[in-house]
Write a protein that binds this ligand. Structure first.
Ligand code: NAD
Length: 479
């Protein structure tokens, strides 16, 4: 199957006819081609967006909202079809694509369709100076949205929906590793009646297509989700051009478990926060710290539960872990497991590639649990982004806070305790953009989403996203 670019409401070939392979990770085979778009393709997308902007930016909020709600409904109508496409492209269990990825893509459109109708601007009365200020929030113009492969349609739409709800026109690029559902979104947007040029989707490699979006003089803002090194490169390129930047980057999140937590719930959720989506979620709690008094019990129970997870064909209903997204990524994850023992780690479970009957060339890996002695090891400092977690005991609150914060990343943290005072103390001190207490991945789309330190700059979600995709202008009137 050959994917095309979606520009000005039409599906077109890349100008220079360059294509790259698209893999199905569950069988390790090429199943299609995608454009490797050049500067010329990005320019075509930009021109279409620029032309659509004057009308779209003046379209009433009610009308924008109506179209976005229609997109949301169509995603829901096509849930099975989109989930199957996502699973084939990404390797994730179909059950996950059906319950998390695709429903959330629909929710993203529904949420911002509603949020834009409630988005306020500010007024400030300058008391005693006979002046009144009010702030306009206008759309920026043409904006760029670049997303990763781990939650393909989910994260792609998390950017696009607020961008177009706020009245911008978009040049978007999904990951070249998982382009399929973004391609299908173009058809849905046409069906929903989104005017031509409001959303343009160019496919291709980061260094070529992505770079062309970031370097484009007239694309005024970049919303990027992906790796920290890529984010730093994008910042270096875009900052001298004074572009607005939102960078959602990597994570190395602590999962802190105290003995007073609700044990069974903690255990079941910790299995999920370790291995959901093969551990390829930026919010996974890959560094597990357990209070010494329950450490041995936790170790036994956790390994026991993990050993029962089924690694298999992602289309099988009983599969818990599907394939990793690509061969290079599988090799990268495996390379961390290979250094574990050199670093003094002990593999308690997993660590090996899995051969799935009938899908022998797929990229499968066992869920892996490694006991470590020292938080400063590479396994605990670098983002592995696969089905690999470490476990380590701690004695005191102060000690575990130090471990949790002693890392370059700061995306999320999970805390398991029923002690209210401890919860208040620790949530103040944890260096993270999101802290979950006695839960994980519970998302309310109104809340600010993003990280600190090497996990990024800026926040998505709710009005934060609408603020990012609008330019405030203060008007001061003296009377
Ligand atoms: P990546 O940085 O390799 O790629 C992300 C996107 O950027 C892709 O579309 C890619 O083509 C593009 N890109 C690459 N080089 C570029 C360049 N020079 N200019 C413009 N675009 C470029 O990341 P990935 O491997 O696709 O995704 C995994 C990473 O994403 C992990 O680090 C993970 O933690 C992170 N992530 C973060 C969040 C978050 O919300 N913070 C969410 C999901 C994933």
């Amino acid at each position: 199957m050959t994917i095309k670019n979606y520009i000005n409401g039409e599906f077109i070939d890349p100008v220079d006819g360059n294509y790259i392979d698209n893999f199905n990770p569950s069988i390790g085979e090429v199943y299609g081609q995608i454009p490797n778009s050049s500067i010329e393709d990005v320019e075509l997308a930009y021109k279409a967006a620029k032309e659509a902007f004057p009308i779209w930016s003046k379209t009433t909020l009610e009308e924008r909202s109506r179209i976005l709600l229609k997109v949301a409904d169509l995603i829901t109508d096509k849930l099975d079809f989109l989930a199957e496409a996502e699973t084939k492209d990404n390797g994730k269990p179909l059950s996950l694509a059906k319950t998390i990825d695709i429903p959330r893509a629909s929710s993203n459109f529904r949420f911002f369709a509603n949020a834009i109708t409630q988005f306020p601007s500010e007024a400030h009365e300058s008391v005693g100076l006979n002046a009144m200020n009010f702030t306009l929030r206008h759309p920026i113009g043409v904006v760029g949205c670049i997303s990763p492969w781990n939650l393909p349609l989910y994260l792609f739409t998390w950017k696009i929906a607020p961008a177009i709800a706020a009245g911008n026109c978009v040049v978007a690029k999904p990951s070249e590793v998982t382009p399929m559902t973004a391609y299908l979104l173009g058809e849905i947007c046409n069906e929903a009646g989104l005017p031509k040029g409001v959303l343009n989707i160019v496919h291709g490699l980061g260094q070529t297509t992505g770079q062309a979006i970031v370097e484009h003089q007239s694309i005024k803002a970049i919303s990027f989700t992906g790796g920290t090194a890529t984010g730093a490169h994008i910042a270096r390129t875009a900052a001298p051009m004074f572009k607005k930047l939102s960078l959602e980057l990597g994570g190395k999140n602590p999962n802190i478990i105290f003995s007073d937590a609700d044990y069974d719930e903690m255990l079941a959720t910790t299995v999920k926060s370790s291995f959901a989506n093969q551990g390829q979620i930026c919010l996974c709690g890959s560094r597990i710290f357990v209070e010494e008094t329950i450490y041995e019990k936790f170790k036994k129970d956790f390994v026991n539960k993990v050993s029962k997870l089924k690694v298999g064909n992602p289309f099988d209903a009983d599969t818990n872990l599907g394939a990793l997204v690509s061969k290079p990524h599988l090799e990268k994850v495996k390379s961390y497991i290979d250094i574990a023992e050199k670093e003094g780690g002990k593999i308690l479970f997993g660590g090996k590639k899995v051969t799935v009957l009938g899908s022998e060339n797929g990229y499968y890996l066992q869920p892996t649990v490694i006991e470590i002695q020292d938080n400063s090891c590479k396994l605990n400092q670098e983002e592995i982004f696969g089905p690999v977690v470490t476990i380590m005991p701690f004695k005191t609150e102060e000690e575990v806070l130090e471990y949790a914060n002693d890392v370059s990343y700061g995306l999320s943290a999970t805390l398991w305790t029923n002690n209210l005072n401890r919860t208040m103390r620790m949530t103040q001190e944890l260096q993270a953009g999101i802290v979950w207490v006695n839960t994980w991945l519970l998302r309310d789309l109104r809340t600010p989403f993003g990280g600190v330190k090497a996990s990024g700059v800026g926040r998505e979600g709710g009005f934060e996203a609408l603020r990012f995709f609008t330019e405030p202008k203060n008007i001061c009137i003296k009377y």
